[in-house]
Design a protein around this ligand. Structure first.
Ligand code: PLP
Length: 381
């Protein structure tokens, strides 16, 4: 059976060009970038090159990039690092109800330390209202963290409007662009964005490598203490091969952005049109226009998401019930709940996420297989 991978929002395969660039740094050019002798020189230059590539991809300066071990760490560093560095005794943070757990749990950890927390609601499409954000700000608000694109439903926020609210109030904004980067324009040219997280394995780079953009002069206390790496903002010997992979993957992602975005958008529309025409009582979650090109979260009434995923797996199709971190757990999605989607319908949700190796033929196979599976599952549900 030819397998079909439709879970690119969970992770992506490393591109051959990326792997090729990484390989020399495992054994051949294995030195520690901090070493003063010549073994350190090649890896040091490679990390510097990667920093340049990531900075170019994001539209910032190299000293505004802090390398991390992925999206979770970038989010932790932005949220905890900003709040802990902020002056004053009383501190308030604003986030949204649909953030990834890396942001939500970081905020909750700060709340347990006495930081005041506001979790903004979203509308039925998963968007935060800029007016609600303005209304939530207080004189002692030290950070707003709102993601650019949601990982479960693909909704894009109105980042320029949210950033402008933050800029007017003089409050730093962190945005988790882990799903957005490489799929839609994700720059830091908007001066209202102070911190931005990315993760290599979401755009055909290796797992365990990421970056946080930190606007020059923005507060940031380290979360990982140790040596003076990353200009004393993140200690630890650099993951040289991983960072090389991150840099190359970022460069390639930017080169492909428009053409691949258009291709994926067309495939996703085909998928949804096929499914909605053949299956009664289905809905596409998220915003109809403001969305990532490659994610389709589909709620199907009268079935369980897990049995759906198992049935698709039996047909050779790998999809997700929501975010990868939750797929083993029966806990209902906090994202769908925040969007007001009824629990029973939310339980029948499948996330299809498309990528570089997705073909029209694969979409046709999914559209061909799904109606029969749904009919069968509805009979036994
Ligand atoms: N933020 C978002 C929106 C994500 O989708 C993910 C991963 O699923 C993360 C953060 C965490 O990134 P990582 O897997 O690199 O830790």
């Amino acid at each position: 059976m030819r397998r079909i991978y439709l879970d690119y929002a969970a992770t992506t395969p490393v591109r051959p060009e990326v792997l090729g660039a990484m390989l020399p740094f495992f054994s051949e050019d294995f030195g520690n970038p901090s070493s003063a002798h010549w073994y350190g020189a090649g890896p040091r230059a490679a990390v510097a090159r990667a920093r340049g590539e990531v900075a170019t991809a994001l539209g910032c300066d190299e000293d505004e990039i802090v390398f991390t071990a992925g999206g979770t760490e970038s989010d932790n560093l932005a949220v905890k690092g900003c709040v802990r560095a902020a002056a004053g005794g009383r501190k308030h943070v604003v986030t949204s109800a649909i953030e990834h757990k890396a942001v939500l749990e970081s905020c909750r950890a700060l709340a347990a330390e006495g930081v005041e927390l506001t979790v903004l609601p979203v509308d039925g499409f998963g968007r935060v209202s800029p007016d609600a954000l303005r209304g939530a700000l207080r004189p002692h608000t030290v950070l707003v963290s709102i993601m650019q694109a949601n990982n479960e439903v693909g909704t894009l926020q109105d980042l320029p409007a949210l950033a402008s609210v933050c800029r007017d109030a003089g409050v730093p904004l962190h945005t988790d662009a882990v799903q957005a980067f490489g799929k839609v324009p994700t720059g830091v040219t908007d001066p209202g964005v102070t911190y931005l997280s990315i993760s290599a394995h979401k755009f055909y780079g290796p797992k365990g490598a990421g970056a946080l953009f930190v606007r020059r002069g923005a507060p940031l206390a380290p979360v990982i203490h140790g040596g003076g790496h990353e200009r004393s903002r993140r200690a630890g010997t650099e993951n040289v091969s991983g960072l090389v992979g991150l840099g190359v993957a970022a460069r390639l992602a930017m080169a492909d952005l428009e053409a691949e975005g258009r291709r994926l958008d067309a495939l996703r529309k085909c998928l949804w049109e096929g499914l909605s025409a053949a299956i009664p009582d289905v809905r596409l979650n998220g915003h109809p226009i403001w969305r990532l090109p490659h994610v389709a979260s589909v709620s199907i009434a009268g079935i369980g998401g897990v049995s759906m995923i198992q049935a698709l797996e039996a047909e050779g199709m790998a999809v997700s019930s929501g975010s990868a971190c939750m797929s083993e757990s029966p806990v209902p999605s906090h994202v769908l709940a925040a969007m007001g989607i009824d629990g029973a319908l939310a339980a029948g949700t499948v996330r299809f996420s498309l990528g570089r190796h997705t073909t029209p033929d694969q979409i046709d196979r999914v559209v061909g297989a799904l109606p029969g599976i749904v009919e069968r599952l509805r009979r036994v549900h």
